[in-house]
Design a protein around this ligand. Sequence first.
Ligand SMILES: *Cc1c(COP(=O)(O)O)cnc(C)c1O
Length: 357
Amino acid sequence: MNGLRLEVDLDKLSDNARALVAMASERGVSVTGVTKALFGDPGFARTLVSAGAVALGDSRVENVEGLRSGGITAPIWLIRSPMPSQIDRIVRADVVSINSEVDVLSALASAARVSGQVHEVMIMVELGDLRDGVMGRDLRSVVHHVMGLSTLRLAGITANLACRSGVEPTDENMGELSAFVADVEAAFDIHVDTVSGGNSANMGWLAGSADLGRVNNLRLGEAILLGRDPLHRQPIDGLHTDAIGLVGEVIESQRKPSQPWGRSFQNAFGETVPTTGDHDGGSIWQTIVAAGRVDTDPDDLRAPAGMSVIAASSDHLIVRSDERLEPGTAVRFEVGYSALVRSMSSTFVSKRFFHSR
Ligand SMILES: *Cc1c(COP(=O)(O)O)cnc(C)c1O
């Protein structure tokens, strides 16, 4: 096993998924388990399905194809609007796609006609976070467009907050979503089956709201993976926050001054680090772990007790430690979302999915 590795405890993730599915189902809400942060890992997908997720969600068709070739037959939602260049692959992958562009919807309909399929779509509505989604005033005409395409079926209406701007899901914006749903149902004499109100950032609203309106689904990734509410990054009661860890290896640990000395200009990343001019000869244990900005987001790691991350270069993670750590010592950091997805992306980080029970 590589010295630098991401460890993913599928049993703890199963506990988290089960707890969240139970909280949601108590309010009549189903859960779509989002696999994108673990790049569509089929083992994680199976964990989500057996924990009660009604569907899986991923942002990338490459991950969806990996899920399908990994034997996953559950419904999969493509939760990022399709790339026009990938329309054929998306229709073939047998997903429900979330959309916000009429030309893309037309292209999906044509591809479905060619392959003799009916492609299910959901329409994303913009509620204020300003990422993807049609403005509410345009929803009727977009739904009208879908209804005119015989190879598309409208499976639901969705919204997504808190991703770009951190906008909080509230009774007010979720109520707007329910009102949009009621409006298109009345206008076109249809029933919208799935109203997917948002992501992990909706859990606080779900727990506190007296009336969830028409929302009957949430798409959950981070809350399952990290056990935290993304709006405040506070732990959610009863969930594991340590299911995923980045483990690196110590390559140096020495008594050093806490501040650099000499004349200093920009470092390798264009930052300036103040110097003191003289130094005390050695006041802290400075430990270097063989990991860096190439492998993760150093600002988004939580060091174990007695240690803190103080700096990082591309390949060196500089940690202040209470004592000397022998080279070769393994150090495990808890990851935030940004550190997690960057660690998943690094080819230098091996990935170890395991069962602790
Ligand atoms: C990433 C994403 C999710 C999952 O978000 P989490 O914060 O990880 O729960 C849900 N829906 C959409 C559209 C997304 O892009």
